[in-house]
Design a protein around this ligand. Structure first.
Ligand SMILES: Cc1cc2nc3c(=O)[nH]c(=O)nc-3n(C[C@H](O)[C@H](O)[C@H](O)COP(=O)(O)OP(=O)(O)OC[C@H]3O[C@@H](n4cnc5c(N)ncnc54)[C@H](O)[C@@H]3O)c2cc1C
Length: 388
């Protein structure tokens, strides 16, 4: 089996590396310690390169980046620890609007998102519904030419810097839960919207957002009234394919190898020369290769015109579970030294293992939990009976 990527993809990798050398600074990475994993200048620079519009599927009017190239882009961005929470959201939102939106959304929202001038965030989850996202209770009620929205959303990450929230609402409470849903793209500066910060153990800042009598015109509706679940499926399809953190482990493996090279045990042997340490490092590197294979397999399917589904779930499930395992291993390897945080000038590689150890469990929650992804793999790929 030949695992090498096509020469165009490796050419593109060199372009991305040159771009990052010129546009990504250590200060941008440091700035994410406030919890906002976004750099406006980096985001705009990627937009200027045409990588946002390029990542939107060609059949929707985007294009320019092959899905394998998009995978290379995401891999390089993650290897370099670039702050890119806004990237996947912009690409998925534009894809949703191009597939389901009317003229107003296409004209008012798409160009602003693709130029990097505006940002979007996702308002799907609620205090009482996360995995079971179709149980959303935020109400949208028609009032003449307008809609009035009342309710609250949880985990609206990026809302505090975004211009639009892609909001899942219930427009008909009297039909089956999947039938009474409708999406809107809601400008976040409308009266009646409140955004409150939610700190997470993984440093990343999220938000709770509240909607109190928010009025907006029908032109902001995304998809049919009652057709929200169809739009949601599109969102999940693109999110699992694009925004899943497929490459989270390499920076922690790098830190662990560096630590094992520099550190000796009580018997004066370098850790890197010990079989038990090498065993873990090599196993982690194998996992990284497996995760890459999942990711590039998914991308190659998309490149061949096959719209992946379950493969995106497999990729995210494997990568985030392996990442959690690696962080635990390496924290064990470092012992108390591994607990030194970024705030401690003596921390190895800026406290990278400690920071990732806190962040890893979160990746197995957002974008669909590992349990939900296991259910999807079990049902869609292994043909097991539905669990619920
Ligand atoms: C840092 C962070 C950022 C996020 N950003 C966003 C965002 O920007 N926008 C947004 O809309 N949401 C966001 N989320 C929400 C995220 O998608 C949900 O947290 C996730 O879907 C889980 O939902 P929940 O938290 O309500 O947990 P629940 O759904 O209540 O799940 C609780 C536990 O039960 C398990 N479980 C639930 N159902 C099943 C089942 N059928 N079978 C087996 N096990 C099951 C889950 O796996 C989990 O372990 C974010 C979450 C986090 C932590």
């Amino acid at each position: 089996m030949d695992f090498s990527l096509p020469p165009e993809a490796e050419d593109f990798r060199r372009q991305v590396r040159d771009f990052l050398a010129a546009n990504l600074t250590e200060e941008m990475i440091e700035a994410t310690r406030d919890g906002t994993i976004h750099s406006p200048s980096l985001h705009r620079a990627m937009a200027d390169r045409g990588w946002l519009s390029g990542a939107v599927p060609a059949e929707l009017g985007g294009g320019g980046l092959d899905p394998v190239e998009l995978c290379v882009l995401i891999e390089e961005l993650q290897l370099h620890r670039a702050p890119i929470d806004a990237l996947g959201v912009a690409i998925v939102t534009v894809s949703m609007v191009l597939e389901h939106g009317g003229d107003h959304l296409r004209e008012a929202v798409v160009p602003r998102l693709l130029s990097g001038e505006a940002l979007a965030c996702f308002g799907y989850s609620e205090p009482e519904s996360g995995s079971d996202v179709a149980a959303a209770r935020t109400r949208a009620v028609r009032d003449g030419d307008e809609w009035v929205i009342d309710g609250s959303k949880m985990w609206t990450t990026m809302a505090h810097v975004a211009d639009y929230v892609v909001l899942l609402t219930r427009t008909d409470p009297d039909v089956g839960k999947h039938e009474g849903l409708t999406f809107f793209v809601v400008p976040l500066d409308l009266p009646g919207i409140e955004i409150r910060p939610v700190a997470t153990m993984g440093t990343e800042r999220s938000n709770a957002t509240f909607y109190d009598g928010v009025r907006l015109g029908d032109e902001w509706r995304l998809g049919d009234v009652g057709g929200g679940w169809r739009v949601m499926k599109t969102a999940l399809k693109y999110e699992r394919g694009i925004a899943g953190g497929q490459f989270p482990s390499p920076p922690v493996v790098e830190a662990a190898v560096d630590w094992a090279r520099r550190t000796s045990d009580g018997a004066g042997r370098r850790l890197i020369d010990r079989d038990d340490v090498r065993d873990r490092l090599v196993r982690a590197m194998i996992d990284v290769e497996v995760a890459r294979s999942f990711a590039y397999h998914t991308a190659a399917l998309a490149s061949d015109g096959v719209m992946f589904g379950v493969e995106g779930s497999m990729t995210k499930l494997f990568a985030s579970e392996a990442y959690k395992k690696h962080c635990s291993w390496f924290l064990d390897l470092m012992g108390a030294e591994g607990l030194r945080t970024a705030a401690d000038p003596g921390a190895h590689m800026g406290g990278r293992i400690e920071e990732n150890f806190r962040h890893a469990p979160v990746t197995a929650i957002y974008g669909g939990t590992s349990e939900i992804n296991r259910n999807i793999v079990a049902e869609s790929h292994l043909g097991l009976p539905r669990a619920r």
